[in-house]
Design a protein around this ligand. Structure first.
Ligand SMILES: Nc1ncnc2c1ncn2[C@@H]1O[C@H](COP(=O)(O)OP(=O)(O)OP(=O)(O)O)[C@@H](O)[C@H]1O
Length: 626
């Protein structure tokens, strides 16, 4: 079984062999963790080349590798680019399965299905945590979403979080925020511990870590590996890739897999690796770190006393270590049709949709409240713009020609402000892309939950409230139609225009992963919509085959709606000329009937719904594979 309760293992009597004498296949614990086996793994990637993203030739990054990982610390080492992370990702089921040409991965003789994958845990290299939340809040977030409510009450979850805080030695920083670019938070080591804690919450007995010590100073790295070592003695199989560990770290490993250019050059007990390479004629200098020595061998920087034509991978394949792995793998009989079994299980969540929505909305709200710069800027921008527009068009007269010119100019200005004032929305999904992908693929919550939390907590309060304030200031300063209904229609139109702009920004934000790309993609449709809005060019005089673009213009619907709202019923004077608002609207070809007004709101609503739906689809389509 993959899962074991943390409380249970805490009570085990742990019998440990001295680390350096451990033979890697016999870590002595009362209840062993799962055994992961992988056989003949061949993994290819195909790189896109050139501007047209032409598909290049396939490149093997893992070449027929096999191995067995048992309870204890299983390290995957190798020079940079040797395939450590790729092997870890493939056996953890995180790598795109389309690249897997052959091979089988079994955990306790079972094929790794989506559910099985969710029951193991994977700690990514770059700690993915919500920076505005404290260590305790992050752990509780993980616990709330990943522990079944039927088995764990709120008090149980809190107890579990506290036990993890103690287990990981995080008591001193439990209430400290993780940290963002604006908030100084916990240290690198505490961050890494918290990332491990986020995964330990489900008490997984199979834990994968991608380079857990990268970026940490040697003492912190030491304490992280010591922590993993301690956890492994509770009956866990811990598998991780690691770059260049110092000796005190290296000696804690139970099992070592050494890779070179996608091939295994050693896989066996860590304590036997030195003997193995010495038997091949390599001599380790006194005081040299064995880990460095092995990497020097794979890099060709150390030469053997008995040169051979054979590569290290070939020598390993002829060794007793490879033979014993093959022998053991022969005894493991996987299912007859592994692909069928793997596909037949769909991933399931342990909590309901509404519960997830509640928890994720709460976190999003905390995040907005604790990181209020964008909200403040949005509010300030709206107030300043409202005052500016109000002053420029202060109490517009009814006398011609300025009555018409100023009103249309003011409306165009307002709509531009509404649309472009929400450009900040493009950062929404890009900023949190890594955290969303990690949590969504880790079984925290559904895509729809995340999307709706953004709509409810970010979109509505952050965009609608400032617009009502903006409308109230500018509308009355400009001296527009004084009836309250007209004001409400004006504020509604402004809100819909703004939401339509935000929805398009959401769609682009969910579709690309870089700000530069998002900025290019958002500017283009906005500029085109502006041209087809009816202010810069008379749409009736435009080429027929081009003028249809006006139907996709947020500007056109917004401008038409506020113009009707203001002009209908107004009378303008100039010398001995009297012009009614209706006459003006007719001359512009604007339908000023009741439906003529509301059709603009319906069209804006349509744009919002279409963009939001596509934004959600794009979020679902984000590549979860590594
Ligand atoms: N998705 C991918 N697309 C393109 N190349 C890839 C992909 N995944 C892995 N590779 C390539 O496969 C090789 C092995 O990569 P991998 O990340 O596994 O190496 P590594 O040993 O973990 O290196 P490092 O220690 O630098 O992280 C590299 O040459 C890498 O560029």
């Amino acid at each position: 079984m993959l899962s074991s309760s943390m409380e249970v293992y805490e009570n085990y009597e742990i019998k440990m062999l001295p680390p350096w004498e451990s033979d890697g296949s016999k870590v002595s614990v009362k209840v062993p963790g799962p055994t992961l086996t992988y056989q003949n793994i061949q993994y290819c990637i195909r790189e896109n080349r050139g501007l047209c993203r032409k598909r290049g030739p396939e490149r093997d990054i893992l070449k027929n590798v096999s191995g067995i990982m048992k309870t204890g610390l299983n390290a995957i080492m190798g020079a940079t680019g040797s395939g450590k992370t790729s092997l870890l990702d493939v056996i953890a089921g995180r790598k795109d399965p389309r690249g897997l040409r052959s091979g089988q991965i079994l955990v306790d003789n079972k094929v790794v299905t989506s559910d099985l994958r969710l029951m193991s845990a994977y700690v990514v290299q770059d700690d993915i945590l919500m920076g505005t939340l404290s260590v305790r809040e992050n752990l509780l977030f993980s616990g709330n979403l990943r522990l079944p409510r039927k088995q764990y009450s709120t008090a149980d979850k809190e107890k579990k979080v506290e036990s993890i805080i103690q287990e990981l030695g995080l008591e001193d920083c439990a209430n400290t925020k993780i940290g963002t670019e604006f908030i100084r938070g916990v240290s690198g080591g505490e961050r890494k511990r918290c990332s491990i804690g986020m995964e330990l919450i489900t008490s997984p007995s199979l834990l994968f870590l991608d380079e857990p010590t990268t970026g940490l100073d040697s003492n912190t790295a030491n304490s992280i590996i010591s922590l993993l070592h301690r956890l492994s003695r509770g009956g866990r199989t811990i598998i991780f890739s690691i770059h260049q560990p110092r000796y005190s770290i290296f000696k804690l490993f139970d099992h070592l897999t050494l890779l070179h250019k996608g091939e295994t050059v050693y896989a066996g007990p860590t304590g036997k690796a030195m003997d193995y390479f010495q038997s091949l004629g390599y001599e380790c200098e006194a005081f040299n770190n064995p880990a460095d020595f092995f990497l020097d061998i794979t890099n060709g920087e150390t030469t053997p006393s008995r040169p051979t034509e054979k590569s290290l991978a070939e020598l390993y394949r002829e060794s007793q270590y490879c033979a014993s792995v093959k022998e053991e793998l022969k005894c493991i009989t996987g299912p007859s049709d592994p692909s069928f079994e793997a596909k037949s299980k769909a991933p399931s969540y342990v909590t309901s949709f509404f519960y997830q929505l509640n928890v994720v909305c709460w976190r999003t709200m905390l995040n907005v409240v604790r990181n209020p710069q964008t909200s403040y800027a949005q509010m300030a921008l709206n107030i300043i713009c409202a005052l500016l527009i109000g002053l420029i068009y202060y109490q517009m007269p009814l006398t011609l020609p300025e009555a018409l010119q100023n009103r249309i100019g003011a409306f165009f200005f307002l709509i531009i402000n509404m649309v472009f004032g929400n450009l900040s929305a493009v950062e929404l999904f890009i900023n949190e892309r890594a955290i969303f992908v990690h949590e969504n693929s880790g079984g925290y919550y559904r895509t729809s939950v995340y999307f709706l939390s953004k709509v409810f907590v970010d979109l509505l309060p952050n965009r609608i409230v400032p617009i009502f304030i903006f409308s109230s200031i500018s509308y009355y300063m400009m001296g527009l139609n004084p009836t309250f209904t007209s004001f409400l229609c004006f504020a509604l139109t402004m809100s819909l225009v703004s939401l339509a702009g935000v929805s398009l920004a959401f769609l682009i934000s969910a579709s690309v992963s870089s700000f530069a790309m998002a900025n290019i993609l958002i500017a283009l449709p906005f500029v085109f919509m502006m041209v087809f809005g009816g202010f810069l060019v008379n749409l009736n005089s435009m080429l027929n085959w081009l003028s249809w673009l006006k139907w996709a213009s947020i500007f056109k619907y917004g401008l038409d709606a506020v113009t009707i709202n203001e002009m209908k019923g107004q009378v303008f004077y100039g010398g001995n000329i009297t012009l009614t608002g209706e006459m003006y609207l007719k001359s512009q070809g604007i339908d000023y009937s009741v439906w003529g007004f509301w059709q603009n709101q319906v069209a804006l609503l349509g744009i919002i719904l279409v963009c939001m739906t596509f934004a959600y689809i794009q979020l679902r389509r984000i590549n979860r594979w590594k």
